[in-house]
Design a protein around this ligand. Structure first.
Ligand code: 5MM
Length: 335
């Protein structure tokens, strides 16, 4: 077993999942504005360190994806943030892309940037304690999207990123996110997600990435959020499994889904059903941002000093998702 494969398994085995706390300052400001808390450096740190010092970090969260600002911060109890995370029994990770920009030659599609100087930045993040990384490519669905150009260029960047990350001794999370926005059907989401993922693996293989040392972070197969097409959670789970079975090489140890705008319960229920039906060799876990943090953030915003109360809510959500990652969740456990 390679060192990278060991790290990947450490993050997502036994129902453990990933906390995506890598919101850029712009996104975090949007989240904090939404609950009427000023987006200051101190408040961003306080909310995040509240989560990072909760008991779920030991029992449920195998890895945390950090943003550049956070990985360099010191907690109010004078702990370096990566140290705090590892002392709780979890692994620190880092988002290394620098965001999605308009792709030249496209009709307003996106290409994720951040390859320039990446090798040097990776060295610094490793020294700061990071053992895995994340890069997200985003794709929209419409009649003409994602275009061949967007599918190819994002796959190429994801592969170049993953090769550099493995060279630096860290596990790359490869995140091709086909967005939920739009009127498309689940069938369209299935077809377009399948095209996107297949191209990613074509490029990963071309760039000699060790597939046993990555984690794939895809979207689930869902109808668009403005679609007339409504499907059951069972169908979501079955379509998601079918799509991944036909597009992901078997060497990949695990898949950690993004929540992509699903409600907390929906994201848990779909993950649980995916695991109840899972007939693949892949570990199926979670790498949720909003679906792990929403309720905790809302509670915290009412009294930012109530650390214990906030942690209780976060612990519950993480526990529910860890049960779902083993196919052991049921609705009555929510109460
Ligand atoms: C946590 O949000 C991540 C970063 O967002 P920006 O770079 O746009 O600020 C995002 O990549 C996230 O890791 C994934 O989309 C998963 O989060 P959700 O909320 O979809 O589970």
């Amino acid at each position: 077993m390679s060192e990278l494969n060991k790290i990947a398994l450490q993050i997502i085995s036994n129902g453990k999942g990933i906390l995506a706390a890598d919101e850029s300052t712009a996104t975090m400001t949007k989240r904090l504005d939404g609950v009427n808390v000023p987006s200051t450096l101190e408040n961003r740190l306080l909310f995040r360190e509240t989560l990072f010092s909760s008991s779920a970090m030991t029992d449920c969260i195998g890895g945390v994806i950090l943003f550049d600002e956070t990985i360099k911060q010191i907690s109010t109890k004078k702990n370096k943030i990566p140290k705090l995370i590892s002392s709780m029994g979890s692994l620190p990770g880092i988002k290394v892309d620098t965001g999605a920009k308009v792709l030249a030659g496209s009709t307003n599609e996106k290409i994720t940037e951040g390859l320039d100087g990446l090798r040097e930045r990776l060295k610094k993040y490793y020294e700061l304690g990071a053992r895995f990384t994340k890069w997200r490519g985003v794709y929209s669905i419409s009649e003409k999207h994602p275009s061949k150009l967007a599918i190819y260029s994002n796959a190429h960047s994801l592969a170049r990123y993953a090769a550099l990350v493995q060279e630096s001794g860290m596990v790359p999370i490869v995140e091709p996110e086909v967005l939920m926005d739009g009127e498309h059907s689940a069938k369209e989401c299935y077809e377009k997600t399948s095209d996107v993922i297949k191209k990613c693996f074509e490029e990963l293989i071309l760039h000699k990435v060790d597939l046993a040392g990555i984690i794939l972070k895809p979207n689930m197969i869902l109808p668009g959020n403005k679609s007339k097409d409504k499907i059951s959670n069972e169908e979501v789970a079955k379509l998601t499994l079918e799509c991944l079975k036909s597009s992901v090489p078997s060497e990949v140890p695990g898949i950690a889904f993004l929540s992509g705008g699903q409600s907390e319960i929906e994201a848990t229920e779909n993950l649980d059903l995916i695991n109840k039906y899972n007939d693949t060799s892949f570990i199926m876990s979670y790498s949720y941002g909003r679906a792990l943090q929403q309720s905790a953030l809302k509670f915290w915003s009412k009294d930012i000093k109530n650390i214990e109360g906030t942690q209780k809510i976060f612990n519950h959500r993480a526990k529910m998702n860890t049960l779902a990652a083993q196919g052991k969740w049921s609705k009555d456990l929510e109460n």
